[in-house]
Design a protein around this ligand. Structure first.
Ligand code: GTP
Ligand code: MG
Length: 197
């Protein structure tokens, strides 16, 4: 798919202020600093579109980006950020989980996993929650440029094994790097297919 246009539309802290659910949308979620905003920039080929930072906790709102005037990419705040207060974390929980469960135009959720890490409990629990709530999701391993392909494959295999303890089937997986564009075409092709349905 060609990205002809990618525009920031709005940031929201409240789910009742979101754009009307008239276009298909795809949300990106995962631990703070895993690379959600960077991946959105890589997919759209627009470096400053979603704000990125070395400091975890950069994205605090639900951000909608309109692509080719026909569908939305949605950048979400990260979970599992240790320095966030308990109240903040509870707020995140309420607001993001409400959005994920109730957003009728949400086609699926891309769950980002840091390809350098062993399986993390918080990621596995989050995937289980998506499964329990019937929210379709895919797995995206990020930052693959930071290590060898062999290491990435080993960590992906470990994550797969852990996830298959609670799921019968493995969701589709993508290995990506926002540095060198690895996995970009595959994700866009996947979205294109759903948009055509
Ligand atoms: P929050 O909004 O804080 O939850 O973080 P995020 O998941 O949006 O992460 P973000 O895209 O801001 O990236 C965090 C840091 O990781 C930044 O310093 C990025 O430059 C870096 N980064 C993200 N993706 C990649 C990647 O594929 N390769 C490399 N080498 N660095 C990456
Ligand atoms: Mg972000």
């Amino acid at each position: 798919m060609n990205i002809k246009s990618a525009e920031f539309v709005c940031s929201n802290t409240r789910t009742d202020k979101l754009p009307a659910p008239t276009l298909p949308e795809y949300a990106f979620i995962g631990r703070s600093n895993v690379g959600k905003s960077s991946l959105i920039n890589s997919l759209t080929n627009k470096k400053g579109l979603a704000k990125t930072s070395q400091t975890p906790g950069k994205t605090q709102l639900i951000n909608h980006f309109l692509i080719n005037n026909t569908w939305y990419l949605v950048d979400l705040p990260g979970y599992g950020y240790a320095k966030t207060s308990r109240t903040n974390r509870a707020e995140w929980e309420k607001f993001i989980r409400y959005y994920l469960r109730n957003r009728e135009s949400l086609q699926c959720v891309f769950v980002l996993i840091d390809s350098r890490l062993e399986p993390q409990k918080v990621d596995l629990e989050f995937c289980s929650w998506l499964g329990e709530n019937g929210i379709p999701f895919l797995i995206v391993y990020t930052k693959a440029d930071k290590q060898s392909g062999v290491k990435t494959d080993q960590n992906a295999a470990k994550f797969r094994k852990s996830l298959l303890q609670s799921f019968e089937e493995m969701p589709q997986e993508f290995i990506t790097s926002s540095e060198n564009g690895l996995g970009r075409d595959e994700i866009l092709a996947f979205i294109d297919e759903i948009n055509k349905q």
